[in-house]
Design a protein around this ligand. Structure first.
Ligand code: AHR
Length: 623
């Protein structure tokens, strides 16, 4: 491998090259990154009509002690469903309540993770016909063990109207499979609505589960595309993500059923929170909005203007003046400063749909006129031929097998250098080569990414998909980060992305592999960058060996002053494993992770051996 490290031939890599794509899929947000512990907090999962669906809320008591039903008496206009509990038993008399009381419990998203010493904020709205004596508690697995509790009491007058109750519970013990319980031993009718329980300790108090946030942050993403994916489109337009229904006070959000990935979201992680997430990650938000196209229905272009206005309003919400109509709502939510929204994507994977182009142009012209600086991303692939419509970038998605992914390292070699740049916003090896996250998949992706890095004169942005999976709801395999209520690990594909975390804004060095028998299965690239960790300057050479034999490689670095590389501080990081189908798991989260070691020698020429089926990064410290 010959690397030209002279300043003259280097080429800047876009500052934005590597980022992430967050989709509400696999309970990535609800029951995932969003730290809300209660599922279906407004009892609205069956929609606005009654009887609605209260799942996973479960009734404590039997028909002689309690009658539970949904009605439409909620205090909140946009989500009228509330839960009515008619308690038939009492603490005295003929029909004595059980000691633990009667009521309801919520097991969260496959069990709540409650940790000893941590504080949980429980908020709910309640109304009562009689004096209230309600015990709010965190219970252990199967309702056994009291982790924390608080008694909410008052006269009938105190609770004759809807009243917001807020209580802090400090856990006495740890249980990863806990539940929130609200129970009483007092006869009467109680209504409940908008019941929330969240750990007080979230990232910056912004509601993001800290350890999952930190896994994202470690990737140093330069952008975050959100909220989908198919989630943006919906199977039907009526179930698509509509930003206005996801902003404002959380209690007032109606929530919606995502009919592609088939689960209800309370939309606690709404448009505002996505923008906040981007800001907290130091990443540029890329908002994907619905353009009047779902999987099964479409708005005719002649009728799409209300949706165009909805998108313009969404941009105003993100970055408008705090005195503007929608900017003032953002300010009221605690963020008077505009968010740094510079990119929007018109739809997702909709290019082939009959109404896409017509609708796209309506959005394009309206946004271009109102916000000339906003970069507009088309769904149509411009990698092999010119687009037939104006766009600042085009989306490119690829899900394929491992060999094909590896061979796609060359995809953009022949792309025109003149048109709009590519946003490779979804890529992954899928199917049997990938399982739920194999080394094989990750190595093929490493090869593909090396090709993208080398073609970063025509590629502006790259992100893997999907990002997250709650192991209890695997709608899509594989994914970058796997979690349950209390554990998380990266798949090999996650770790591959880490090798590229210093590439955005770095300088690509010219490098060429001399051909030999293994050259078809070896790909390499070289960059020079200033480390964000120690501020020192490095040359990073990444080599993927997709083949089954070790490869001896002579790396020659031209264009440097003699002795300008330092042995001390130079390292080698290798991602490999005994079997190419190896995966990480909750029991072995570090089975396939990068291993870093010092280098034995460093100089103009470096003789190295790259193991079979491996990805290696040589980080050479410059004087
Ligand atoms: O990443 C999973 C899905 O794949 C996305 O929702 C969609 O854009 C693509 O088809």
């Amino acid at each position: 491998l010959v690397v030209d490290a002279s300043d003259a031939t280097g080429r800047p890599i876009p500052d934005t090259l590597f980022g992430i794509f967050f989709e509400e899929i696999n309970h990535a947000g609800a029951g995932g990154l969003w730290a809300e512990l209660v599922s279906n907090r407004g009892f609205e999962a069956g929609g606005p009509n009654i009887p609605s669906n209260i799942d996973p809320w479960t009734i404590i008591g039997n028909e002689s002690s309690i009658i539970v039903e949904t009605d439409r008496t909620s205090f909140f206009d946009r989500n009228k469903v509330a839960l009515r509990l008619e308690v038939l038993c009492d603490s005295e008399g003929d029909n004595i309540c059980p000691d633990e009381g009667v009521g309801i419990y919520n097991p969260g998203f496959w069990g709540m993770n409650i940790e000893q010493g941590k504080t949980y904020k429980v908020i709910f709205y309640v109304r009562s016909t009689e004096s209230l004596n309600l015990t709010v508690s965190l219970k252990g697995s199967n309702g056994v063990g009291n982790l924390a509790s608080s008694a909410i009491m008052g006269t009938a007058d105190d609770f004759s109207n809807w009243t917001k109750v807020e209580t802090l519970l400090v856990a006495k013990a740890t249980d990863h499979n806990s539940r929130l319980q609200l129970a009483t031993t007092t006869k009467g009718v109680i209504w409940l609505d908008q019941v929330s329980a969240m750990p007080v300790d979230t990232y910056k108090g912004h509601g993001f589960r800290t350890e999952l946030f930190e896994m994202l942050s470690a990737l140093k993403p330069k952008f975050i595309r959100f909220p989908g994916g198919c989630f943006v489109e919906g199977e039907w337009l009526r179930n698509a993500f509509r930003w206005k229904a996801t902003v404002g006070p959380w209690e007032e959000r109606p929530g919606h059923f995502g009919d592609v990935w088939m689960y209800w979201t309370d939309d606690g992680l709404g448009y505002f929170e996505f923008l906040q997430l981007a800001e907290d990650l130091g990443a540029l938000p890329i908002w994907v909005f619905n353009n009047g196209v779902s999987h099964n229905d479409e708005v005719d272009t002649s009728a799409v203007l209300p949706l165009v206005q909805e998108a313009l309003d969404g941009i105003e919400f993100a970055r408008g003046d705090p005195t503007s109509k929608w900017g003032s709502l953002r300010a009221a939510m605690g963020h008077p400063e505009p968010f740094d929204l510079r990119y929007v994507a018109v739809g997702n994977e909709d290019c082939g749909k009959p109404k896409y182009r017509g609708n796209y142009l309506k959005f394009y012209h309206a946004i271009r006129t109102a916000y000339p600086d906003i970069q507009i991303i088309s769904n149509c692939d411009g990698s092999s031929r010119a687009l037939d419509h104006p766009a600042d970038m085009y989306d490119y998605h690829v899900y394929t097998n491992a060999n094909d992914m590896f061979s796609r390292a060359n995809t953009f070699d022949r792309t025109s250098r003149n048109g709009p740049k590519a946003f490779v916003s979804e890529y992954a090896v899928t199917g049997k080569d990938a399982g739920t996250g194999s080394l094989l998949a990750a190595l093929a992706e490493a090869g593909f990414l090396i090709g993208l890095e080398k073609n970063s004169d025509v590629i502006e942005m790259v992100s893997y998909a999907p990002l997250f999976v709650n192991a209890n709801d695997r709608r899509w395999n594989p994914d970058a980060i796997v979690f349950n209520s209390y554990q998380a690990y990266g798949t090999p594909s996650y770790w591959v992305q880490l090798f590229f975390s210093e590439s955005s804004g770095a300088t690509l060095l010219s490098s060429s592999l001399q051909s030999n028998s293994s050259s078809n299965s070896v790909l390499a690239s070289a960059i020079t960058f200033q480390s964000s960790v120690d501020n020192k300057n490095y040359i990073r050479i990444k080599v993927v060996n997709f083949g089954t034999s070790a490869v001896n490689l002579k790396i020659s670095i031209d264009g440097l002053e003699p002795n300008s590389l330092q042995l001390s501080g130079s390292t080698k990081t290798v991602l490999t494993s005994g079997n190419v189908m190896d995966e990480n798991s909750f029991s072995q989260p570090k089975k396939v992770v990068p291993i870093k070691s010092g280098l034995q020698n460093v100089g103009k020429d470096l003789n190295v051996t790259v193991p079979p089926r491996s990805f290696t990064s040589f980080d050479l410290l410059k004087e």
